[in-house]
Design a binder for this molecule. Structure first.
Ligand code: NAD
Length: 329
């Protein structure tokens, strides 16, 4: 194997454990941690890499950690600025979703990624789950979607927001269920159509935590793609549990249904190789982090295109931002 990459993480909160483990499993080196709460960075150092450097200022970290690759696991509003700065310095960037929170930043990030010496991948890890790979393949074989619907019904209670300091606020989370929880299913659905919808009509609501969160806990949207193909999307965090996500795709006469990680074609269960189960993280995050992180470093080493390009990842953000706009009309 060629020399391992020297990797660092900004934002040592919940999801960062998947990144620490993923980097180590990929055989790369974990050499620096950064968090505005230095005790969190230090806890990661003690657990994963006692030799690592610890920073509390991300600009200092970028300038002085010596890392080749940066994993960005901070609150949403910080993603664009951190990723753009790292790419300008020629660093490789593995960026948690959502890649950005405004159309202007999407354009800026895509532009800088095209000229940077660094490679970037956006963390849409669920694209690489076995069931979703089979779904993509089937829909392609059947000639693409005629129409589709996606349903995400999860549960998030007040402490999830109030204890985080950044969730539930427009300024820092920059949205609710659409930008945070439902973005993965939206990304899958848009990946099947492979284009921006021509029209989007959406409504957002806060049914469950009015007075606790500013952002939406529920959104329903109707999108129309080329050829008058329609998709409906419903997402909420006001349900009683994290129910399995549902994605139904009609391809001509065929009906493909993804329910959680079970795939049905024309009513029959499709046999798919079992996913490896990880004891880390939440079930709803899927097992894709490790796979995607490994693919990211392989792609850099082998001079191949990034597994999740900013251009492809931008589709979901553009659509959800349009849902917010449409809802305000
Ligand atoms: N891909 C997935 O399935 C998945 C799952 C969970 C979270 N996420 C994403 O990961 C990101 C982080 O989510 P989380 O649940 O780990 O949040 P979290 O609040 O647990 O962690 C965020 C960390 O960032 C730190 N931080 C905040 N401002 C900082 C700054 N200026 N410099 C350095 N550190 C700073 C915080 O102190 C905290 O430790 C979000 O974008 C979220 O949407 C993705």
């Amino acid at each position: 194997m060629t020399k391992p990459f020297s990797c660092g993480i900004i934002g040592c909160g919940s999801v960062s454990v998947m990144h620490c483990q993923g980097i180590l499993q990929a055989g790369e080196h974990l050499d620096a941690f950064c968090d505005i709460k230095p005790e969190k960075a230090d806890a990661h150092r003690q657990k994963y890499a006692p030799h690592a450097k610890v920073f509390s200022d991300w600009r200092d970290f970028l300038a002085n950690s010596g890392c080749d690759a940066i994993h960005i696991c901070t609150p949403h509003y910080l993603h664009a600025e951190m990723a753009i700065e790292a790419l300008k310095m020629g660093k490789h960037v593995f960026l948690e979703k959502p890649m950005c929170t405004t159309p202007e930043d999407l354009d800026k990030l895509i532009a800088v990624s095209e000229v940077s010496q660094g490679q970037i991948a956006v963390c849409f890890q669920n694209r690489f789950l076995a069931c979703n790979q089979v779904l993509y393949r089937m829909v392609k074989e059947f000639g693409g979607p005629t129409h589709a619907r996606g349903v995400v019904t999860w549960k998030r209670e007040a402490p999830y927001y109030t204890e985080s300091g950044w969730r539930g606020k427009w300024e820092t989370e920059c949205g609710g269920v659409m930008i945070n929880q439902a973005i993965h299913t939206l990304d899958l659905l848009l990946g099947l159509f492979g284009e921006m919808p021509e029209t989007i009509d959406a409504t957002t609501a806060n049914h469950h935590l009015r007075g606790v969160i500013e952002v939406e806990d529920t959104c329903e949207a109707r999108m129309v793609f080329s050829g008058a193909r329609t998709a409906l999307f419903y997402a909420t965090t006001a349900y009683g549990e994290d129910a399995p996500n549902l994605l139904e795709v009609k391809c001509g006469e065929h009906r493909i249904l993804l329910y959680g990680d079970q795939l049905f074609c024309d009513g029959k269960l499709v046999s798919i190789e079992e996913e490896e189960v990880t004891s880390l993280g939440k079930k709803c995050w899927g097992n894709g982090h490790f796979r995607l992180i490994g693919m990211f470093y392989d792609s850099i080493r082998e001079g191949k295109p990034t597994p999740v390009s900013p251009a492809s990842a931008s589709l979901a953000v553009r659509v959800l931002l349009e849902c917010y706009q449409s809802s305000n009309k």
